[in-house]
Design a protein around this ligand. Sequence first.
Ligand code: ATP
Ligand code: MG
Length: 314
Amino acid sequence: MLITGESGTGKELIATALHGASSRRDKPFIKINCAAIPATLLESELFGYEKGAFTGAVTSKPGRFELADEGTLFLDEIGEIPVEMQVKLLRALQEGEFERVGGIKTTRVNVRLVAATNRDLQAEIEAGRFRKDLYYRLAVVPIVLPALRERRSDIPMLAQHFVDKYNRRLNKKIEGIADEALTLLQAYAWPGNIRELENLIERVLLFADGPSITAKDLPEPVRGGAGVQAGATMGGSLGTLDVPVGEVGLKDIVRMKAAELERDLIVKKLDETGGNVTRAARLLQISRKSLQTKMKEFGLRDTTPDGQDDGPDE
Ligand SMILES: Nc1ncnc2c1ncn2[C@@H]1O[C@H](COP(=O)(O)OP(=O)(O)OP(=O)(O)O)[C@@H](O)[C@H]1O
Ligand SMILES: [Mg+2]
């Protein structure tokens, strides 16, 4: 299965749910984030290695394919896999067999593979960065997750779900969301999708003191969206915004469009640098720290491994 969708639309959640609902649910669910593993280590991570395969390989070790035997292997951010590895992956998928790095014995496994990406794989194929044959092998069952702005009617239910979740977690007793606040939540563009909604509800709950969440509890970008719901094209980068003039202030529209543009540019630069925050920040001519703050604000995930720098600061 291949799950595609923008960042924060719930790809990992769906992958986990697929496993939980399958007949393999009592078997392992192994996940690997291809973007977080250096290309040189990916092969040994996936297929394992034999003792002495390379300097430092003092014992042999099974890879994720072996660990997932009879269960599910979730390959997250599959679009980041280098082309050489794509060939090996395709063979493993097609034949169900592979060799550990430095090994001669062929290992057979039975895994269900679920892959996810927020990249446009068709475009990657055209650019020669993704193999067509691997794509067809992965996309036997394609699952396309819509952006939150394309499923606005789900916002009240999701928002209430997060209110309940963070009430429990933060020991709060917020009952719900006032109608005017819900309208604003439904009008907002949600560039960071469900992750952004979840982060927002958590933040709002932390500071809210009333019995329910009202419009004034919502942060500025969301409040700025008042009235822009009907007919507004929030999706693309700088598409036309056909909002009836007079209903929404110019300032609000400019603010929303600026936020959208900002997010689009950040996503683009992160994409170009393969998620390297330091390099993306340099291209955008802002500090690494403010890029990270903005990514958080937009609900974009920082794939830099915890506590590690993702590159030298020149
Ligand atoms: N339908 C949903 N119901 C409740 N929570 C959801 C739902 N979809 C996503 N979430 C929550 O939103 C957050 C983001 O989801 P997830 O990590 O699965 O997104 P993703 O598509 O994998 O994002 P990325 O491309 O950035 O990795 C998670 O905290 C997840 O629990
Ligand atoms: Mg994910």
